[in-house]
Ligand binder design. Sequence first.
Ligand code: HC1
Ligand code: SF4
Length: 565
Amino acid sequence: MVINGERVPFSGEKNILSVVRKAGIDLPTLCYYSELSVYGSCRMCMVEDQRGNIITACSTPPKNGMEIKTNTPRLKKYRKNILRLYLASHNRECTTCPRNTTCKLQDLAIRFGIEEIKFDKTDKAWKDEYKIDNSSPSITRDPNKCIQCGDCVRMCNETQNVGAIDFALRGYELKVCPAFDMPLAETECVNCGQCAAVCPTGAVTIKNDVPSVWKAIYDDKKRVVAQIAPAVRVALGEEFGISKGENVMPLIVAAMRKIGFDEIYDTSFSADLTVIEETNEFLGKLESGAKLPLFTSCCPAWVSYVEEKHPELMPQVSTCKSPQQMFGSVIKAYAKDKYQDDEKETIVVSVMPCTAKKAEAGRAEFVTEGSKDVDIVLTTKGLADMIYESGIVFKELEPEALDMPFGMYSGAGLIFGVTGGVTEAVIRKVIKDKSHASINNVKFCGARGMEGIKEFDLPLEDGETVLKIAVVSGLGNAEQLIRKMEAGEAFYHFIEVMACPGGCIGGAGQPFGLRNTKRLRAESIYASDKQTQLRHADENPVIPDLYNTLLKDRTHELLHVHYHK
Ligand code: HC1
Ligand code: SF4
């Protein structure tokens, strides 16, 4: 086809938009995500064909011989007018909006030179028209900033199969909200945050827990202990102009010490504990003939999904606490022992790529001896905000090492951050041949890759057993698999589920990633795993000692959970 007078070959692109972008022109969109279905509502991607027709590039397939223009005076005028209309009904308190500087609407208003709002204040005043919904532990909905692009609705319904939000009413009254306009916390929302990850404006944002962390840090009576999730290290650097995917853990540690955290540890440590506990649970079930598959339990949005949609499957969800919660209960018990004579209270702060971890930490099941296992959950972006606020020049920091003993981890714990990582870590433990070559070979088993559903067979060394394994990311994909099992069309021994497409690297608390970001983050985690001396969980030298001391009579209490929703 011909774009702005230049011939552009295409093959396999599903719409004109992809061909135009391939040709190096960034056609504007507000409602288009390649992973979601095409909605075509914002009309910003209009192009003009050779007959002067205006067509939307996102919803029109490319055709041989087609000639289009992307930047005619007519198109410019229409785009500007569309933006003016959006802005007219949009709360414009940009300077105090959590999406200030990352808002797509703001970005396009700047790009198209909108300097005045022509149609301001229709008969409906935009300010405080709708109530802000703050009921959820992880998400804030501000309908005053919604542009009705439907991205959140399609994400929640199509990708996640949850259906907590949808369009309601018609015409001028149209809005996005939960059924009966209930508070989000009272719906089946699983707190995955993926609606916020695709929202182009500040209509759906992630709860900000930064002030509570500052308060704890400034309190002399508190010892603030941090754990950092596996996926954070390969994403935070993007916020500070470091190349996508680079593992910046040593800089994160340096920044957090400057901020005032007292001890800084790694959630990959407790992921090693999870591998040990979950593999034992799995092999026990396999041997006893208990009902399988065993579903992983690290992802709290997945656990909530099972509770909401498939409570009958709860007995098959692993009883292991997630690594975040294992870390919290272990560190609190450890600190109680270690600092017996010191009056300081230990506060556990998690730095997570995930929004559901905020809800998980608040669950009643995760309170030990009257104290929450994890007190505050910061997202990756939340930590970046603290670094900015402190004036720390992140790129220029001298690298620093994690504290010990809970800064020790194996590559198996580290790869939890990518879809398939838990499975690969469990396989490294299950196989008897722990030679370097054998552990390396596990990467070919079928668990790696960004596909939403991966299924493979794993022959065990006994020459008889063949394990049927599935790895899923995205809750809609999990639903597909469950339906297949219910219909008797599939059987698995072990299923890993992560709610966010791609696993935790794609968590809603991560910086807003553009194309290829997830792949680069995954590659970086695997490269760091390859560089670690310790490749499987049993090699973590801190763990045996822990089982002989702190965990001796308390393994079940500190590492397992029985959900009672
Ligand atoms: Fe995850 Fe996990 S891998 S769930 O994605 O099991 O959030 O990174 O911390 O708990 O370890 C998240 C990441 C994280 C837990 C671990
Ligand atoms: Fe739906 Fe997840 Fe958003 Fe909840 S957090 S409304 S489940 S997309």
